[in-house]
Structure formats: structure tokens, C-alpha cells
Design a protein around this ligand. Structure first.
Ligand code: MLT
Length: 379
């Protein structure tokens, strides 16, 4: 029986996929792992582990590259929590324009003032005048599932939206509201945007992308919203520009000890995807992808292996993971191929072959011996 380890609490809607498996938070040497935010860097990988499914978009809690080298597929669930994050960003646009959080804190100080509260409110409220978002320019960095929803919703609220994404797919471009303008580069966003919202993964290239140099390029009084990952923003630099007033507000889903309490830093405790709807969507998508991989060898939405899937046919399915390999040499070593598909992502390749006859042990050995082959599995 296959074993799936649950490293975090996961919506029970995932259970449906693992009915015939052992699925719990205490299984040892699992075939698959379902995870949300648990840090996996120190997790001792057992020899059976085939795949990890993250119920969420970011995978920076998983050693993705090490797992790729071991032939372990890491899945995420792009888009499954996009609406939840979009709604939080829209809320944060209002928090960025109006001094709502400070005003609510101040209103709490009026407790005990009895009948004077009304008068004190009217007298004190002028300190909390803010501005509207309608007509202001929103810069969206990253047009994945979340960035697109945010751009379209902001446009519907009357904002001028400009955005940038060097990897914008045609499919996503077609989903954008026609009023959304594409900027040539991020500098165009920094120069023009009153509000900036970032929707990119944390990678070596994006780490610290908001730093003293980029803040200097922004409009005075801009608002930065970051629901992607805290490390995209250089902490010392953002505190400096908040203190100088260059940045009017920094709203982040990733509080740190240094940021909490800094004037005009609004720290939300990682609530972007914390809705039952998003948790259900992510759990179902992660479970379906993990199940399909374990049962059929199909890969959909992996961050470290290419997408390869096909309907099963033949007597047996062979799945091969390889690094820097010549896929033609692998195929040449496989007898009785009835149907096959392969693809590469960076230096990693994945190949599925449906066979008209079951492989013999000696055939498997030959395939494993092809240069670059990391892992071979038959289903
Ligand atoms: C994501 O990566 O999907 C969001 O940050 C929410 C989460 O971490 O679960």
C-alpha cells in the first residue's frame, strides 16, 4: 500500500484521492508528501519518496533543486489560491490609500470616554485623512494567475494599471483587461506607479529586487504591497525609505521582528491564502497531481520537472528521470515501446514509455545504465 505523509494540516477534501493509501502525519518512508508551509530543508528523505506536493504556490520551503537531482518531483498549485490572494491585495490597496489601520488603533484608545466618544471622533479624525485609489496608477509586477486577477480587479475599481512580466504567456495576456498597459520594464513601473504590487516567486534573481536603488526610482509617496515572499524586499532599505517618507507605506504578508512596529509598515500575518476556499482548492489540486503521478507517472504543474502526461496504454508504463541526458539514447535502450512522450525543463528530462510487453530485469538495468539517468520506475 502506498504511503503519503502529511507534513501540515491539509483540507480533508484531499482524503478522497488517498482512500486506498495510508495517509497520515506519522507514516515513515512515504511514497509522497503533502505539505503547506513546513520547512523541508532538514527532512530526511527516505528511499521510497517519489514526489512532494505543495498545497500553495511558493515552494521556497522545499529543497527543489536537491529533490530534482534525486528524481523527486515537486508539485505546486498555481492559481488555486489566486482569488484569495487577489482579495487580500484589493483590501491592501485600500489600506495603502487610507490610514485605516492607524485610525482603528486610535479609535480603540477612546474606550472609556463614554458619551464623549462621538465628539472625540469628529475632533480627531482629521489626522487620518487618506486618499482614494480611483484614478491612481497601480503597477503589477508579475502576470501569473494572481497578478492577472489583481490587475483586472484594480482596473474595474477605476485604477490605471500597468504591468510587467518578461515571461507573460499568450494565454495569460489574453486574460488581461484591455485597459491594462504593458510596461517595457520594471523601471517604467517604478517611475509611474502610485501603488506597486509584486507577484513573482522568490528565486536567486528576485531576492532583494526591492532595494535602495529601486526605491530611489519610485515616485515619492508610493505604496508597495508584497504578498509574494518577504525576501524579495531588502529589509534595511525598506525601513529606511519608510522612515524618510519616500515610501508612504509597505504592506506585507511576511512580518519580521524588525518590520513590526515600524511606522507605515503594515504587517499581515501571512493570510494571503488563508481562506477555507483556497485551502480546499490547493489541497484538491495538490492531491490530484500527486495521485496522478504515483498511479500514472503523469507530471502536471511541477516546479522541477517538465510537464509530461498521456493516457495509459500497453502492458506496462516506464518512467525515466534524467539529468543532462540524450533522451534519444534512453529511448533506444527501451524495448517494445508502444507510445511515448518526453520533455525537458532546464537540464532535467522526463520520459514516459508505454510498453507492449513487460520489461525484464536486464532491460531495466540497461536503461538505468544510460548516461544521465537518475531514476527509473515501472507502473
Ligand atoms: C503561497 O505560496 O501559495 C502563499 O504564500 C500561501 C501559502 O504559503 O500557503
Amino acid at each position: 500500500m502506498r504511503k503519503i505523509l502529511k507534513l501540515n494540516s491539509i483540507s480533508p477534501l484531499a482524503d478522497e484521492y488517498f482512500k486506498s493509501y495510508e495517509y497520515s502525519d506519522s507514516v515513515t518512508n512515504p511514497d509522497g508528501i503533502m505539505v503547506r508551509s513546513a520547512a523541508m530543508a532538514d527532512y530526511a528523505v527516505g528511499e521510497n519518496l517519489l514526489a512532494v506536493a505543495r498545497a500553495g504556490a511558493g515552494t521556497n520551503n522545499i529543497p527543489v533543486a536537491d529533490y530534482a537531482a534525486k528524481g523527486i518531483v515537486v508539485f505546486n498549485t498555481p492559481g488555486a489560491n489566486a482569488n484569495a490572494v487577489k482579495e487580500l491585495v484589493i483590501c491592501e490597496l485600500f489600506l495603502g490609500g487610507r490610514k485605516i489601520t492607524d485610525a482603528i488603533d486610535w479609535a480603540k484608545t477612546l474606550k472609556g470616554e463614554g458619551e464623549n466618544v462621538g465628539k472625540l471622533v469628529e475632533k480627531g479624525k482629521s489626522k487620518f485623512v487618506g486618499h482614494e485609489i480611483m484614478g491612481k496608477t497601480l503597477g503589477v509586477i508579475g502576470f501569473g494567475a494572481i497578478g492577472i486577477l489583481v490587475a483586472n480587479a484594480a482596473a474595474a475599481l477605476g485604477m490605471k494599471v500597468i504591468g510587467v512580466d518578461p515571461f507573460l504567456s499568450t494565454k495569460n495576456a489574453l486574460l488581461l483587461d484591455p485597459s491594462v498597459k504593458l510596461a517595457a520594464d520594471r523601471d517604467e513601473i517604478y517611475k509611474n506607479a502610485d501603488f506597486i504590487t509584486v507577484h513573482v516567486p522568490l528565486t536567486p534573481d528576485t531576492r532583494g529586487m526591492f532595494n535602495a536603488e529601486t526605491f530611489a526610482k519610485m515616485k515619492d509617496g508610493a505604496v508597495l504591497i508584497n504578498n509574494s515572499r518577504g525576501e524579495l524586499v531588502d529589509e534595511a532599505a525598506v525601513i529606511e525609505v519608510l522612515e524618510s517618507g519616500k515610501l508612504e507605506r509597505y504592506i506585507t504578508d511576511f512580518p519580521t521582528d524588525k518590520l513590526i512596529g515600524v511606522k507605515n509598515a503594515i504587517c499581515v500575518p501571512h493570510l494571503g491564502a488563508s481562506t477555507p476556499e483556497a485551502e480546499d482548492n490547493c489541497a484538491v489540486m495538490a492531491a490530484r497531481q500527486l495521485w496522478d503521478y504515483l498511479e500514472n507517472g503523469n507530471i502536471v504543474n511541477s516546479v522541477n520537472y517538465p510537464a509530461v502526461s498521456m493516457a495509459k496504454s500497453g502492458m506496462q508504463r516506464l518512467c525515466v528521470h534524467a539529468k543532462g541526458a540524450d533522451v534519444a539514447k534512453i529511448v533506444a535502450a527501451v524495448p517494445n515501446v508502444a507510445n511515448m512522450q518526453s520533455a525537458s525543463k532546464g537540464e532535467y528530462s522526463y520520459l514516459i514509455c508505454d510498453l507492449s510487453k513487460e520489461l525484464k530485469a536486464a532491460d531495466l538495468k540497461k536503461i538505468e545504465a544510460v548516461e544521465g539517468v537518475i531514476r527509473v520506475r515501472t507502473i
